[in-house]
Each structure stands twice: as structure tokens, then as C-alpha cells.
Write a protein that binds this ligand. Structure first.
Ligand SMILES: Nc1ncnc2c1ncn2[C@@H]1O[C@H](COP(=O)(O)OP(=O)(O)OP(=O)(O)O)[C@@H](O)[C@H]1O
Ligand SMILES: [Mg+2]
Length: 227
């Protein structure tokens, strides 16, 4: 089942007097339970495309169909609501809050995501999230005492609050060594398959691509299948 469709996305940035077209009419669809890996040279527009797909910035023209909406036509408030309730984000660095424990990072996320849960439901949700990423044993640890892979697993747990429909990941393994990368990718793949999530992931890493169902490459503002 198709979850998100990008149709003829263009993006132009103005740097001084010069207008540069970074995305030149990109169309793409993401299917449920699948990981799509987006690759391409530095500066080719991967992060730009990911953030447009996630409603974090508008395209210059084109459509982003999600459920019965076109994100390109919605008001900022409506997009914010969809992002908070249906999209999860993971970036290159985990960006954990240094003075919060693992468990508190997740409580904080539940607090900001206007959840209506009572105390008991909240405790069950935290437990579910920690089990999901196999980090129950580090519940009371602070970020400084976690490995890079563990930090990234907590960032993934944080993205899984309210079980998102789509997980957007921008180079989630770029700061990790190959062993930790494999662990994080195995986790992302398991979550995608077991929970029926849809994942769009930007990556440079050949090993990481092996975990994807589809690979697409950004080249000269357009998409192609990598060779
Ligand atoms: N807000 C902006 N204003 C002006 N130019 C921008 C803006 N955002 C991105 N760009 C330009 O668009 C191009 C694509 O940037 P983008 O970050 O999407 O590349 P990328 O493929 O993710 O690169 P990397 O692999 O290095 O992360 C770059 O030339 C960048 O400078
Ligand atoms: Mg990028």
C-alpha cells in the first residue's frame, strides 16, 4: 500500500541574485513496511527532499500526498499536527538532552507531543519504547555514559513515540562504526517490518543500503536507480 507520494517536486533556492534549482521535478512513492534508501553526492539535495517529504519545508512546486491531504496545500498548523502525530525523525547525531536520563528523554517527548495519556498509560508506553530498542537495562543512564549506537537506539525510541506511520531518517548511521551501524540498521529494519512502518532513509553507506527494500539516487536534481 502506498503511504506517501511525491509528485513533480521542484525546489529552488536563492543565493544572493542566483537562483539554483536543487530538485527538478521529483516523483516518488513510499510503501508500507518498506525502507527506501536515498543516496547521492554531497549537496545533491537528499536532505532537502527528505525535509520536503516530511513537511518540514515547502516545495517551490509539486504535491506531497499523505492520506487524503496534499502537504503542499495545508496550513502550517495542520502540517505540524500531522508531523507530531504521524511522523518520526532520526538524524545523524542522536541529539539527546544531556541532563535527562534515557527514560526522561522519552517522557520529555511524550510531554511535547500533546499526549492525553494518564500516568499508567505513560509508564506502559515508556516500557514499550525501551523494549522496542532493547534498552530497558539503561533506563536510568545519562547520554554521556551511552555508546554511539545506544544513543542512536534511544533516538529511534524517541521517534517511535505514538508509533509513527512514517519514519524519516537522515544519515542515521553516519556517526557510527560498522558494527554499531549494523545493529542500528537491523533495528530500523525490524521496526519497519514488524510494525508496518514506512521508512525513508538518506545514506551514503553501501553497507547500510543492503537493509533497504529500494534504492534511489539523486543526480543533477533528478532521481535514478543507482548502478
Ligand atoms: N535553505 C537553503 N538556502 C539555500 N541553499 C540551500 C538551502 N538548503 C539547501 N541548500 C542548498 O541545496 C543543495 C542541496 O542541499 P542538501 O542539504 O539537500 O544536500 P545533501 O544531498 O543532503 O548533502 P549532504 O550529503 O552533504 O548532506 C546544497 O547546495 C545546499 O547548499
Ligand atoms: Mg544531507
Amino acid at each position: 500500500m502506498t503511504i506517501l507520494t511525491l509528485e513533480n517536486i521542484h525546489k529552488t533556492f536563492k543565493n544572493g541574485d542566483v537562483e539554483e534549482e536543487i530538485l527538478k521535478g521529483i516523483s516518488l512513492s513510499l510503501k508500507q513496511g518498506e525502507i527506501t534508501a536515498l543516496t547521492g553526492a554531497s549537496g545533491s539535495g537528499k536532505s532537502t527532499l527528505l525535509t520536503i517529504a516530511a513537511g518540514l519545508q515547502p516545495p517551490t512546486s509539486g504535491h506531497i500526498y499523505f492520506e487524503s491531504h496534499d502537504l503542499a496545500e495545508l496550513k502550517p498548523d495542520q502540517i505540524r499536527h500531522i508531523r507530531a502525530s504521524q511522523f518520526g525523525f532520526v538524524f545523524q547525531f542522536a541529539h539527546l538532552v544531556p541532563f535527562l536520563t534515557v527514560e526522561e528523554q522519552l517522557i520529555f517527548m511524550l510531554d511535547v507531543s500533546d499526549s492525553k495519556q494518564n500516568k499508567q498509560q505513560r509508564a506502559a508506553e515508556i516500557k514499550r519504547l525501551l523494549e522496542l530498542v532493547d534498552m530497558e537495562h539503561r533506563r536510568t543512564a545519562y547520554p554521556a555514559s551511552l555508546s554511539g549506537g545506544e544513543k542512536q537506539r534511544i533516538a529511534i525510541a524517541r521517534a517511535m513515540v505514538h508509533q509513527p506511520t512514517i519514519l524519516f531518517a537522515d544519515e542515521p548511521t553516519a556517526s557510527l562504526d560498522s558494527k554499531r551501524s549494523k545493529e542500528v540498521m537491523t533495528l530500523m529494519r525490524n521496526l519497519t517490518k514488524e510494525l508496518g512502518i514506512t521508512t525513508l532513509m538518506v545514506t551514503h553507506d553501501q553497507d547500510t543500503m543492503a537493509y533497504a527494500d529500494h534504492m534511489i539516487e539523486m543526480k543533477d536534481g533528478c532521481l535514478s536507480q543507482p548502478v
